[in-house]
Design a protein around this ligand. Structure first.
Ligand code: XIL
Length: 392
């Protein structure tokens, strides 16, 4: 359903409404490819989850932003997906198209089309945009290793941030300036990922360089350090969390421009370890430094859930959303909640079987909308958690 249809819904006759609602019921038994064309014809989403029932309406009532990562192909090809974005979210982040491997086809060229069109779409619909990301050890172009070296790495990094950050200056709510710089197995006292090409070429100073350059380029973007596996109450996450906290403390002490901590929040259902004490410790640590906190890539991997019953699985996933968000949104520090994707149709967890080791034949259902863009129990858990949050 489009935003304009939502507005006109109150004005259609009861008979028209019932006819549309019957259309929804009929889609349930229809094969997927036919359902897609039914959706394209504009069948309404179930009542109560759009307009005032949308995620963004519930988030805005609490002073929160809520959004998702946007897959460029889906965004380009699927009008229903674009409608879902505009209907549900007040912030978006490109899933891949601002990463070096997509944005930099050759050392001298930039492919801005996908990012440009998402930024324009967000502007047209009053949504904010997160930038993801300037510096990461992954998603580097194939030419990178043969072209970037110790002598030119500094210039390559600074030029990249100036060009990309400059193009979107004033249009970005927050930039993930550095992504995933901590890696405990590399065994350094400061926990830094020494196996990152950026570290190998520039040493630990690449982090401060990236943040200082980003601030110069777009002074109004909230500069964010973003990382994963720092959420759980176990030793492994505990060690990484401590290293992340030490890094951001060190940066603040050195006057590096840092405004926010991004907690990726790729979490799991079916495990036994929780995430309450550790998550609070992380959020409180960021708060003590005066930082905002964003949940940047929330999704719930349910590969370890034994039951094959879909309704049961969805319930378990929703319960993980509920309990995670209850802790995360307890205080006023977390200002934005973004899931990594909106619909199970294109979640990264279903690419290959890397995240489906225990159940390779089963697609994961980690997001607030199912493969047909219908709200899942996770949608309602997320919306309820937004409602429970204090106003910020
Ligand atoms: C993932 C994308 O979802 C995939 O499509 C891509 O193939 C690899 O990257 N942490 C991050 C994100 O910061 O950029 C990653 O996104 C998921 C993990």
């Amino acid at each position: 359903m489009t935003a304009s249809m939502t507005k006109t819904k109150n004005r259609i006759t009861r008979r028209q409404w019932l006819r549309q609602a019957a259309g929804v019921a009929a889609t349930a038994a229809t094969p997927l490819f036919l359902r897609q064309s039914a959706l394209a014809a504009g069948s309404p989403a179930p009542e109560g989850t759009t307009g005032p029932g949308s995620l963004k309406a519930h988030a805005a009532a609490r002073g929160l932003l809520t959004g998702c990562a946007v897959n460029a192909a889906l965004f380009r090809d699927d009008e229903n997906f674009r409608n879902l974005l505009a209907e549900q979210y007040n912030i978006v982040v490109p899933e891949n198209c601002l990463k070096w491997n997509i944005l930099r086809p050759t050392p001298d060229t930039y492919a801005f089309e996908d990012a440009d069109s998402l930024v324009a779409f967000a502007e047209a619909h009053g949504m904010k945009v997160r930038g993801h990301n300037f510096v990461w050890h992954q998603a580097l172009p194939t030419w990178f290793a043969g072209t970037v070296n110790k002598d030119n790495a500094r210039k390559m990094l600074v030029d990249h941030i100036r060009t990309v950050g400059g193009r979107y200056k004033g249009k970005i709510h927050s930039w993930d300036v550095v992504n995933e710089a901590i890696w405990i197995p590399d065994n350094r006292p400061d926990g830094l990922r020494s196996s990152s090409p950026w570290f190998e070429m520039l040493g630990p100073g690449y982090i401060d360089l990236a943040f200082r350059t980003a601030r110069e380029v777009d002074p109004n973007a909230l500069l964010t350090y973003n990382d994963y596996s720092i959420e759980y109450d176990n030793d492994e996450d505990g060690k990484k969390r401590a290293a992340v906290l030490a890094l951001i403390r060190r940066m603040k002490a050195d006057g590096v421009p840092l405004d926010a901590l991004g907690i990726q929040s790729h979490i799991k259902a079916g495990g036994t370890v929780g995430f309450h004490q550790g998550l609070r410790e992380l959020i409180d640590g960021a708060k003590a430094l005066g930082l905002q906190v964003f949940l940047t890539e929330l999704d719930v991997n349910d590969d370890a859930v034994a039951t094959e019953d879909i309704a049961e699985r969805d319930k378990i996933v929703a319960e993980v959303y509920r309990s995670y968000l209850e802790t995360a949104l307890e205080g006023p520090e977390v200002k934005a909640v973004l899931t990594w994707g909106a619909s199970d149709r294109n979640t990264w967890l279903n690419k290959g079987t890397k995240f489906r080791k225990q159940h390779p034949d089963r697609l994961q259902r980690p997001l607030p909308f199912d493969a047909d863009y219908a709200p899942t129990p996770a949608f309602f858990a997320l919306r309820q958690a937004l409602d429970k949050a204090k106003k910020r």
